[in-house]
Structures are given as structure tokens and as C-alpha cells.
Design a protein around this ligand. Structure first.
Ligand SMILES: *Cc1c(COP(=O)(O)O)cnc(C)c1O
Length: 410
């Protein structure tokens, strides 16, 4: 891998200037590692919990204890953690369908939810099987300058609003990420207006970036993907929901079947990866955060606009870079792929990815297919041509790949 001298010099300067921010990240990782380790010790994790089960998977102790460990780490009453939740979208769909009934309204309190939820809600796509087809209405209150619009929420929270979805991460938007504290303020406000509104937080990319999680700020259900932060790069697939006991039960009824709920679900030998991944996650998230800061700082020095900038606190692992040019955007993303440990010889191209309304280009030279806790970068092909880079399971490897990709657009 040839890294241009000019990039090496810029990288050296960038790294010297961001060192102070790394200390804060290490502190957060230390705090979260203790939370995780404490939960493992409290529940007496042993090798027996990693044994595979098959068939119905009754009495899978490993599955049951992992749910309890997640509940503890999220300071929640209960959790549902399953390797056969296929991705974050599936997990969010489970949570939405589990609480919404015909005639109810879903309110999005932080603007339009993540792209792949559009078809789930029924605001784009075929509408087959969407919430809309089941008679669930939808409305949204946009953020104002990246902040929750409390006035707008007040007007939107009508008696038919059964559930409210809030998204912590920026997703594919050029906005700041919401902190747990900001989400908490919004949740308190929603609850003060309508006490029984179920607050669902899309926590994808947010876990372990702070010392708290949205469940500690009143969220009823917090949802995420195991091939992002909490899977620690080892979970091979899966999703989790943590929250209030009665909602976790509803979610489990939706994920399997009413009456079956959490009682079934063979883990097929996936437990070890889910346990070890969770154990690794605080550290891996810290690696990803450092990689994101490095990327942002290097690209600022090359003249690009980025969000967040190095000095800002981070509540997700995403680094957005505005290229204003589709050619540069594509070259950068292809550069990340070329410097990846897996499939480095592949050149990603924009394609019509299921669930997305624009063509998307995606670099993910990852050990777990498409896992975006590993270094990955993606972008919808639309102005202003923003790349969203995230992950990096070692800072060293991510740093090299970012330098290589930056060289491609010099
Ligand atoms: C990744 C992500 C999702 C879910 O996406 P999947 O690709 O289905 O896992 C939802 N919301 C946000 C904010 C995300 O980052």
C-alpha cells in the first residue's frame, strides 16, 4: 500500500492535534468496560453458556443470561438479544409492529427516520406489509438546526399517537447526533404531554459512545444492530432491544409468535460470538471513535467540510465528509475498500440497494459481511455528495486505510 508523502505529513499534523481528544474516549471506554465486566461477573458467565442449542431452543441458558446482561448494561428491565434478527431495520420493524395497532399513529420526533424505515412505515416503496397497510398513521416533526422542535412536538402529540420514534445517530443526514441527554429531554417532554406514548430510540451506532444509554433517560425501547457497536465486531449477525419489561415481551411476541415470545430460539452456536463481542465492544467503539476523529481532522486539513469536527463531543461513530463532487466521493469510498483486509481487490460501485431510495455506494472490506463496526464507508449518490465513514476495529488499520483513501483524492 503506497501512501503519499504529502498525506503522511498531513496525517502526522492531524494526529498531533487530536491526541487530547483521545483521552476522553479512553475514559468513556474504561467506564463502559467496567459496566460490561461487572455484568459478566454478576451473572456468572461460564463456558457452558456458549454451548449451541438446536431445534426449539428451549431452556437455552446462554440466550437467557445474555438478555439479562444486556438489560443490566442498558440499566433496563429486560432485553431481547437474538442472532436471527437479520439487521437493524428488522429489529426496528419488530419494535414498531409490536406496539402499534390499526388506527394508532407513529410520530417521528427527530425528523424522517433512517432510510430503510421508509418502506416499513409506508412512506415509500411498495407499501406491502408496511405499517400504513395495517392502518397505522404516520407523522413527523423535523429537527430545527439539528435540535428537537419542542413546539412542533407539542402540536403533534395528539391522543392517537401511540408510539414515538427518536433517532440518536445522524444516519444519512448532515446533522449533529443527539446525545442521550438531549434524547432524554425530548422523552420527558413527550411523556409529560402523553404519559403512555411509547418512546422507541433507534440507537444504531450510538452504543458505548457515552457512559449512558437512552434507557437511562426514560426510553421504553432502545434498539440496535449487533453488526454495529454492541456486537464488538465478533457477533456474526443479530439485533437487540432493551427496555421496559412489558414492551420487551410484546417485541418477543412479534419476533417469534404470540405465546412463544422469548421461550424459543435456538442459538446454533452463536452465543460465544455475542458474548465475546459485547465484552470487546467498549474498546472497539473507542477504536472506531478515534478513527472517525482522525478521518475528520485529516480531511479538514485537505479542505473538506466535515461533521462532527474533532473538538465536538461524539454520540455516534459516524464521520460525515462533504465532497460536493460525485467523482471524489466515489474515489474516496473505493480507496477505503482498496485498503481493507478483506476484498481489497474489489471496486464498489453505486447500486440500487434494497430499502434505499437513491443509489448507494458502500465500501465494506469486512470479516463479517457488511459489518459497519469494521471500517466501512457509504454514501447515497446525491448532492452534496456526503460520505459517511464509520468503524475501524483497530485504530492503526483504520488510520492506514483513511490515509490511503485520502491519497486517492489528492
Ligand atoms: C444502520 C442503521 C439502521 C439499520 O440499518 P441496517 O442496515 O438494517 O442494520 C437504522 N438506523 C440507523 C441510524 C442506522 O445507522
Amino acid at each position: 500500500m503506497i501512501i503519499k508523502d504529502e498525506i503522511k505529513n498531513l496525517a502526522y499534523e492531524a494526529e498531533s492535534s487530536i491526541r487530547p481528544y483521545f483521552d476522553r474516549i479512553d475514559e468513556i471506554a474504561m467506564f463502559n468496560q467496567e459496566k460490561v465486566l461487572d455484568a459478566f461477573i454478576k451473572h456468572g458467565v461460564s463456558e457452558a453458556l456458549f454451548n449451541p442449542t438446536t431445534g426449539y431452543g428451549y431452556d437455552d441458558k446462554g440466550r437467557e443470561v445474555l438478555d439479562e446482561i444486556y438489560a443490566d448494561i442498558f440499566r433496563a428491565e429486560d432485553a431481547l438479544v437474538r442472532h436471527n434478527i437479520v439487521n437493524g431495520t428488522h429489529c426496528l420493524a419488530i419494535s414498531l409492529f409490536s406496539v402499534l395497532r390499526p388506527g394508532d399513529t407513529l410520530l417521528a420526533a427527530t425528523g424522517k427516520p433512517y432510510d430503510t424505515l421508509e418502506e416499513v412505515i409506508g412512506i415509500s416503496g411498495s407499501n406491502n406489509g408496511s405499517l400504513k397497510e395495517f392502518g397505522v398513521n404516520y407523522k413527523q416533526v423535523d429537527l430545527i438546526n439539528g435540535k428537537v422542535d419542542f413546539e412542533g412536538l407539542k402540536k403533534a402529540i395528539t391522543p392517537d399517537v401511540k408510539a414515538v420514534i427518536l433517532q440518536r445517530s445522524k444516519g444519512y443526514d448532515w446533522r449533529t447526533t443527539l446525545s442521550c441527554e438531549e434524547l432524554g429531554e425530548a422523552i420527558s417532554f413527550i411523556k409529560s404531554t402523553k404519559e403512555d406514548a411509547v418512546c422507541i430510540v433507534d440507537n444504531c451506532y450510538g452504543e458505548f459512545t457515552q457512559t449512558t444509554e437512552p434507557t437511562e433517560f426514560g426510553a421504553d425501547m432502545v434498539v440496535g444492530s449487533l453488526i454495529k457497536n454492541v456486537g464488538g465486531s465478533l457477533a456474526q449477525s443479530g439485533g437487540y432491544i432493551a427496555g421496559k419489561k412489558k414492551y420487551i415481551e410484546l417485541a418477543a411476541y412479534r419476533q417469534t409468535a404470540p405465546g412463544i415470545g422469548k421461550e424459543c430460539g435456538a442459538t446454533l452456536g452463536q452465543n460465544r460470538f455475542m458474548y465475546q463481542g459485547l465484552f470487546m465492544a467498549p474498546h472497539i467503539v473507542a477504536q472506531a471513535l478515534k478513527s472517525a476523529i482522525f478521518c475528520g481532522e485529516l480531511l479538514i486539513r485537505m479542505g473538506y467540510e466535515v461533521t462532527p469536527v474533532s473538538s465536538e463531543p461524539r454520540y455516534d461513530i459516524i464521520q460525515a465528509i462533504k465532497f460536493n463532487d460525485s467523482d471524489k466521493l466515489i474515489k474516496f469510498i473505493q480507496g477505503i475498500q482498496k485498503a481493507s483486509p478483506v476484498d481489497s481487490y474489489v471496486s464498489p460501485m453505486p447500486w440500487d440497494m434494497p430499502g434505499y431510495q437513491h443509489q448507494v455506494i458502500m465500501a465494506a472490506g469486512t470479516f463479517v459481511s457488511g459489518a459497519s463496526i469494521e471500517l466501512s464507508a457509504d454514501a447515497p449518490i446525491k448532492p452534496p455528495y456526503v460520505a459517511f465513514m464509520q468503524g475501524g476495529i483497530t485504530y492503526e488499520s483504520a488510520r492506514l486505510a483513511i490515509m490511503y483513501a485520502a491519497g486517492e483524492i489528492l
